[in-house]
Design a protein around this ligand. Structure first.
Ligand SMILES: NC(=O)c1ccc[n+]([C@@H]2O[C@H](COP(=O)([O-])OP(=O)(O)OC[C@H]3O[C@@H](n4cnc5c(N)ncnc54)[C@H](O)[C@@H]3O)[C@@H](O)[C@H]2O)c1
Length: 349
């Protein structure tokens, strides 16, 4: 397959190597609005099995006759690029989120539907072994009836200041992973949220209207209560966990020997010597697996494991949280959906 990759920053350069070393890929064409970055990334792939080259523009990649395209640009370009890829008839993988707002998301989804192209979103936790095991335990009843979920996303350090204004903010950029995985693990939809946030770190978050730390209480359609906590400041390492508690006990994804946690008890677990440093290390295998799945999707071998509809549902929860934070009161997801003209509710099952 000949594959195009748009955006060669932090995650794009990682995806470039995964694609260029995949057995199904013969050629990788990359582009970035910073052409030097695209050329640098192509240059690092000289040892890969596929040939890799940087083209001068996104348009050049879309016109090069590639079989599929991977979008890993800054978030504010996703919707437009999904639309252009759909019009070019290309199966498309896009990093989350589709857009920082519902209109941008709906515009992309309508065009994908009109053109009949495949779209997969980058919610890689669906490909992580621990999250998969928790989902299985929930589905098979191993935990009894589930009543409480605690989801944590803690970055070791903030992203570059330039990333924040186009990111959509902590709920849309970061917690959106938790919102997606809660739907996927439980098979339930989020009915209402009550969210808050704070700024205790560097001022560039508040200057962008964002928060660096957030908490949200979600109520699912079966009454399960979910608390989500996220921060850009966890110097001990990258901590992404989900604790699912049911009538028979608690199962945890992300609690392993590298989780950056330690016990206050004298005989409790000590801090790990080699904590997870960042998302690329923690989810390395999941990122590889999601692109492997996408290459199957692009060849018509399987349906998309993470659809545009899933991305819309996770974004609506993020929108509700952002609104709740600003209003200081609970918000129903269906009210956000109706306000945005986003149609009927979802079905995570
Ligand atoms: N799934 C995950 O765990 C995960 C992790 C990190 C980032 N992301 C997502 O990936 C995307 C990129 O994040 P990042 O951390 O790599 O950011 P980044 O800032 O490191 O890289 C973004 C790149 O996109 C390029 N770019 C911007 N607009 C473009 C356009 N119109 N056409 C071509 N190139 C363009 C920039 O020049 C830059 O090189 C974001 O949407 C982010 O939400 C997902």
């Amino acid at each position: 397959m000949r594959v195009g990759l748009l955006g060669t920053g932090r995650i794009g350069s990682f995806h470039a190597r995964t694609l260029a070393t995949h057995p199904a890929v013969t050629e990788l064409l990359v582009a970035d609005t910073d052409p030097a970055r695209a050329h640098d990334v192509a240059g690092t792939l000289a040892d890969a099995r596929a040939s890799a080259a940087a083209l001068d523009s996104v348009e050049a990649v879309l016109r090069a006759g590639v079989d599929a395209v991977v979008i890993a640009t800054a978030t504010d370009a996703h919707s437009d690029l999904i639309i252009r890829a759909a019009r070019a008839g290309l199966p498309t993988y896009c990093e989350k989120p589709i857009a920082t707002d519902v209109p941008g998301t709906l515009a992309a989804l309508r065009e994908v539907e009109r053109c009949g192209t495949a779209l997969q979103l980058g919610f890689q936790r669906r490909f992580d072994a621990g999250y998969g095991a928790v989902r299985e335990a929930v589905r098979t009843g191993g935990l009894g009836f589930v009543h409480t979920i605690r989801a944590v996303t803690a970055d070791p350090a903030p992203p570059p200041a330039s990333y924040v204004p186009t990111s959509g903010g902590l709920f849309r950029d970061c917690c959106v992973h938790d919102f997606d995985i809660v739907r996927w693990v439980t098979g339930r939809e989020v009915v209402s949220v009550f969210a808050t946030g704070s700024n205790l770190g560097e001022p560039f978050f508040s200057e962008a209207g964002d928060v660096d730390t957030a908490a949200a209480l979600l109520t699912l359609d079966d009454g399960t209560l979910v608390s989500c906590n996220a921060t850009r400041y966890n110097g001990a390492g990258y901590d992404v966990r989900m604790e699912v508690s049911g009538s028979r006990g608690t199962l945890v994804a992300g609690l392993d020997a590298r989780a950056p946690l330690y016990s206050a008890e004298p005989d409790g677990p000590k801090a790990p010597a080699d904590p997870w440093p960042d998302f690329l290390a923690r989810f390395h295998d999941a990122y590889v697996a999601e692109l492997d799945a996408f290459l199957d999707v692009a060849r018509g071998l399987r349906p998309t494991p993470c659809s545009g509809h899933d991305a819309l549902e996770a974004l609506l929860v993020a929108e509700a949280c952002e609104l709740s934070r600003r209003l200081g009161s609970p918000v129903r997801v269906d009210d956000v959906r109706a306000e945005a003209g986003a149609g009927a509710g979802g079905d995570a099952r």
